[in-house]
Design a protein around this ligand. Structure first.
Ligand code: COA
Length: 339
């Protein structure tokens, strides 16, 4: 198996979910500092539950998770490094998402992450045309350096905001709100503009793994029985200036820890203050008090989102490694801020 340049103790081997998942969850929790992070804890709990299932019913669990793959770095029976490979299909293009790259602190700077990532690239290259994607914290220069040295390139940045759960305050009139600016139910006629804004803000390349189908946001979605389960968990609130559509906020109820918000704004510069009002009206009229997640291209409407009571959880860079000769395709060119 692979040995990095400076030859740290240990070897790279394939993850064995039955015996490794708990150790990997512990490593990821410490390496990413996830102790006080509710989203992180949610994912770790899933990992630990999966580990327990794998031990109890290894055959059934393997059937349920046929394609996820992973590699660990082991030294003296202790797992000190990890990389996870999650395959996706974006349209016709096979994509491998690299995640949970973590090395125990005392083993860092010996080339373990480089060796694990290089190995992941080798595995991905065995499949014709497979691109490799990853998300990394915007400020994580060490990890970004490792990925760039292996040929990954930055192609967009997003901010993830969250709002903790609380008892909603209930309906209240919008005192002092300028009369020309109106917030109300989304109109049918606004859907084409909302759809175009959603597609530009959340390109398919970056949301294929999120459980959302923007077609279900349209006013005709009721005609498709496949949408009937999810439609009651979607609500749209539009914001207009005069009679002109300025943007729509969609609430998507989920079964996970937090519900999602999707923000589709008109191309013309909408004032931060109005984005803030749109979110506040949502909180007053629609919010059920569950925690909320909102992702938006980094550097856009930050002030408006924060002043509506959201906190910035993290800024993330998307990076990708495309098969030779096939890039750049210009994905995400309209979103995010180039570093
Ligand atoms: C990021 C991480 C995985 C790197 O693991 P690692 O095994 O130490 O990485 P490597 O030894 O392969 O490479 C580290 C590189 O960063 C360089 N480096 C170290 N400290 C640095 C710093 N402060 N600034 C810039 N580069 C730095 C090293 O010199 C080395 O580069 P080189 O190979 O050209 O000498 C590890 O620090 C970690 O687990 N961090 C916490 C979790 C995390 O952030 N994961 C990434 C998620 S996308």
């Amino acid at each position: 198996m692979e040995q990095p340049a400076s030859n740290p103790p240990g070897t790279l081997r394939r993850l064995d979910p039955r015996r490794d998942l708990d150790a990997v969850a512990n490593l990821v929790e410490v390496a990413f500092g996830l102790r006080g992070d509710p989203d992180g804890q949610f994912v770790l709990n899933q990992m630990r539950e999966n580990a327990a299932r794998q031990r109890q019913e290894p055959f059934l669990s393997n059937l349920a998770l046929p394609s996820a793959d992973g590699y660990v770095w082991e030294d003296g029976g202790k797992i000190v490094g990890n990389i996870s490979l999650i395959p996706f299909q974006a349209g016709l293009r096979p994509i491998c998402l690299v995640a949970n790259v973590a090395v125990a602190e005392e083993y860092r700077n010996h080339g373990i992450a480089t060796a694990l990532t290089r190995h992941a690239l080798r595995i991905a290259r065995q499949r014709q045309g497979m691109a490799v994607w990853l998300q990394v914290r915007h400020e994580n220069q060490v990890a970004i350096g490792v990925y760039e040295s292996l040929g990954f390139r930055h192609f967009g940045s997003v901010s993830q905001y969250r709002r903790a759960g609380e008892t909603p305050r209930g309906t209240s009139p919008l005192a002092g709100y300028p009369s020309l600016v109106e917030v109300g139910e989304r109109q049918r006629s606004e859907w084409p503009a909302q759809k175009a804004a959603l597609r530009a803000t959340y390109p398919p390349e970056t949301r294929w793994y999120l459980n959302v189908d923007f077609n279900a946001f349209g006013p005709r979605a009721w005609y498709n029985p496949l949408n009937w389960i999810n439609l009651p968990r979607l609500k749209h609130l539009s914001f207009r200036s005069g009679s002109r559509w300025q943007g729509t906020l969609t609430w998507q109820g989920t079964d996970t820890r937090a519900d999602n918000l999707w923000l589709a704004m008109a191309k013309d510069a909408v004032q931060e203050e109005h984005v803030s009002r749109l979110l506040k009206v949502f909180m007053e009229r629609i919010w059920n008090g569950r925690p909320l997640n909102l992702e938006y291209p980094m550097g856009r409407y930050t002030e408006g989102i924060l002043s509506a009571g959201f906190e910035l959880a993290r800024n993330l860079d998307w990076m990708h490694y495309l098969p030779p000769q096939k890039w750049p395709l210009g994905v995400l060119r309209k979103t995010g801020t180039a570093r």
